[in-house]
Design a protein around this ligand. Structure first.
Ligand SMILES: *Cc1c(COP(=O)(O)O)cnc(C)c1O
Length: 635
């Protein structure tokens, strides 16, 4: 008997779910935005509610503002507990790097959820700075300015720096001259930081962001020269922060220890000549996307608490040795704050690769290979399946040759094909039972896997899966008390062969265990941990636009939709790419339709299509009952 626990193991949910995700007694996915306190919500209850209201179509991105708040508190809490445990005499400040997710709603939740903790913002461009300045942050919350800074950027930062905790970090040595000039022009007293280029690098996919070849950061010589220049200009007291960032998703704790060691030494030396207040350890805190707890690129071999312990411990030990005061620690853990708070829910709208279903009738005129194939299928067992499979491969070759020579027709070729796939399927079942994981049978199983078509765009919603082959956990949202009997991958609805989810978290990584599709019930899948980087990296491939968003609050034993953000309709997409749809299409109608009535009808069709969500709505022939006018939402 298949149990819910089997599904928990199969999909690895306890590994990557970080206690936010679980499977409930109904066999549905459940989300607890505040973990063990504050209750949980059955995702299918939300899905059913939305379908009943017929107001919002799938795919839908669900956001849980309370998860963001929980992340802030958990990260802050981990540092405070390390500080208490180790009796570190300095404080801690958490900062959200805006490039991880600039969406106004998301940043708004972080500002509100983090107000008590004085959570700050890190920005890397002029536009991000403008956005951060518009948030109504507490004057004590840090705004850390990184990235390439032109005159407008510096002017903006300097104009507000007196009354706010804005720190301009010199990322590239030459910037120091611009900062000096700009400050003089505005008679501003800037608060400055220096970004150091460490010898140490990160690990994993973003290893190149650190080390000597990194894009940003000052070498030791440049740091010394900067200190000399600041002193010469009477501005050494303005140096408030030392910053480093060795890359995102650092998968190996040893890399963090090594970098911390080096950076803490640099801090100590600089602290002897300047009254540096903040030590900024940048980002890099990992998210365990595949749940394996290993130093592989989708995972990490350490916990949040281990991370904060290492940071605090290394800094304290170095400061003690060097006899300098301990600074306030700042961290910019963007991925770890944002990743968990959102997931994409989409419907499966069909399947490909379905090499079964059609009947194969025997015929006296069948070529011998077809008869042999039929025999193989009938007589196959656990002992001989490999041999029969090899025979079948051979028969198929012969049939192809015969076809190419014109000796058999399409009928026979198709019969041979269907029988061949049946032999393959049976052989794969025996190989499974036999626990045969030889390369040959593994690739056969892969060949036999189904492709479910998901109504979403990988390029819009999970861009890093396409761009940097990052893994994001994907699994069914329901039927989890039922054994999944289909193995498959998930293709999206773009016309791009790269638009396919091919790697999965959990026990099996190159296919997903899926349930058989039913005629009378939609099948929903979710892709999780999408809150970091995916929202603004997503693109408009095939003109599939931003998805509908629903924000959910779980409270007092229930849940409610706190906000709906409508995705793009076709018209918005066309206008975004500089089309003027009304005009162009009007001309097309004039040219193609004869008569007033036809024009009016086609014009209405166009109007309707322009107002529609860009994703697949409903299959044409799906049982439209004349009374209700269809069964899909918003029909
Ligand atoms: C990108 C970036 C971060 C965020 O890194 P995460 O790995 O997402 O925590 C932090 N600081 C700086 C300077 C960055 O460029």
């Amino acid at each position: 008997m298949w149990t819910i626990e089997d599904s928990v193991d199969l999909y690895g949910i306890e590994g990557w779910g970080n206690d936010y995700f679980a499977i409930n007694g109904r066999g549905n996915l459940a989300i607890s935005p505040r973990k063990e306190v504050g209750g949980s919500v059955d995702v299918m209850e939300i899905v059913e509610g939305i379908n009943r209201s017929e107001a919002i179509q799938f795919p839908i991105l669900f956001r849980f503002p309370q998860i963001l708040e929980d992340r802030l508190e958990e990260i802050n809490g981990a540092f405070l507990s390390s500080i208490e445990e180790l009796e570190y005499p300095g404080g801690y400040r958490l900062v959200f790097p805006m490039k991880v997710n600039q969406r106004r709603e998301v940043v708004g939740y972080i500002v509100e959820g983090g107000r008590r903790l004085k959570v700050g913002m890190e920005v890397g461009t002029k536009a991000e700075l403008l956005a951060a300045l518009s948030l109504g942050l507490d004057p004590e919350a840090l705004i850390i300015c990184n990235g390439y800074k032109d005159k407008d950027y510096l002017n903006l930062a300097l104009s507000f720096s007196e009354a706010n905790n804005i720190i301009i970090v010199i990322d590239i040595f030459e910037e120091i001259f611009d900062v000096l000039r700009c400050s003089k022009e505005l008679s501003a007293t800037p608060r400055l930081g220096l970004r150091t280029k460490l010898f140490s690098r990160g690990s994993g996919r973003w290893e190149e962001s650190g080390g000597e070849l990194s894009k940003f950061g000052l070498s030791t010589a440049e740091i010394l020269e900067s200190i000399r220049i600041l002193s010469e200009n009477g501005m050494i007291d303005q140096l408030k922060m030392l910053h480093f960032h060795i890359g995102s998703q650092i998968t190996d704790i040893r890399k963090i220890k090594i970098a911390m060691n080096e950076a803490a030494r640099i801090y100590s030396k600089v602290r002897k000549v300047a009254d540096v207040e903040y030590f900024n350890v940048g980002g890099g805190l990992s998210v365990d996307y595949d749940g394996s707890q290993t130093p592989t690129s989708a995972s990490a071999n350490y916990t949040l608490q281990e991370y904060s312990n290492d940071v605090v411990y290394t800094l304290q030990r170095t400061c003690d040795e060097e006899q300098v005061p301990c600074p306030t620690i700042v961290s910019e853990s963007g991925r770890a704050i944002a990743a968990y708070h959102s997931f994409l829910a989409f419907k499966v709208i069909g399947k490909k690769n379905s090499k079964d279903g059609l009947d194969v009738l025997a015929d006296d005129d069948d070529p011998v290979q077809i008869e042999d194939m039929r025999q193989a299928l009938e007589n196959m067992d656990l002992e001989n399946y490999a041999e029969f499979y090899h025979d079948a491969l051979h028969y198929r070759e012969e049939l192809f040759d015969a076809f190419n020579l014109g000796n058999i027709g399409l009928e026979e070729r198709s019969k041979g094909d269907l029988l061949f796939w049946r032999v393959c399927q049976k052989a794969a079942t025996f190989a499974d039972a036999d626990e045969n994981d030889s390369e040959e049978f593994e690739s056969l199983k892969k060949l036999l896997s189904k492709k479910y078509i998901g109504n979403f765009s990988l390029f819009q919603s999970v861009p890093d899966m396409w761009g940097v082959q990052q893994l994001f956990p994907t699994m069914p949202l329901h039927r989890l008390g039922e054994e999944p009997t289909v193995r498959g991958t998930i293709a999206d609805i773009t016309c791009d062969s790269d638009g396919e989810i091919r790697r999965f978290a959990g026990e099996k990584s190159d296919f997903l265990a899926l349930h058989n599709l039913r005629d009378d019930e939609d099948y929903y899948l979710g892709t999780f941990l999408l809150g970091a980087y995916q929202d603004t990296l997503g693109d408009f491939h095939n003109l599939l636009g931003c998805v509908n968003e629903v924000h959910i609050i779980v409270k007092d034993g229930g849940w409610r939709i706190s906000k709906v953000v409508e995705g793009d309709d076709c018209e918005k997409l066309l206008r975004f790419f500089n089309y003027e749809p009304e005009e162009g299409l009007h001309e097309m109608v004039e040219r193609s339709c004869v008569g007033e009535e036809a024009r009016a009808r086609v014009t209405e069709t166009i109007r309707k299509a322009l107002r529609e969500y860009s994703y697949f709505k409903d299959r044409y022939l799906r049982e439209e009952s004349p009374a209700s006018g269809g069964d899909g939402p918003r029909s």
